[in-house]
Unconditional design. Structure first.
Length: 83
């Protein structure tokens, strides 16, 4: 059994495949797409955990209006508008 097959069976048991809930079905499909992508790169569990930690940190920074990236972006936007 491949990881994608296992993931499909797991998601099915969680009610996230062929469900009446559009949200749950969409999440299930997105998880399967991600699993297929990861499976192509033959990622280990350690790699996947690192990947998710990095993505989590990116999302947290994106949601934080005070992050240094947002501050630099706003400064650049103000500079462009002023010139």
């Amino acid at each position: 059994m491949t990881l994608a097959q296992f993931a499909h069976a797991w998601l099915e048991r969680q009610g996230m495949i062929d469900t009446d809930s559009v949200f749950d079905a969409q999440i299930g499909r997105n998880v399967l797409r991600l699993i297929h992508h990861l499976e192509q790169d033959v990622c280990s569990l350690k790699d996947v955990l690192l990947l998710f930690a990095i993505v989590t940190n990116i999302y947290k920074a994106y949601d934080d209006a005070q992050s240094d990236i947002w501050q630099a972006y706003r400064r650049e936007e103000r500079r462009r508008k002023a010139s």
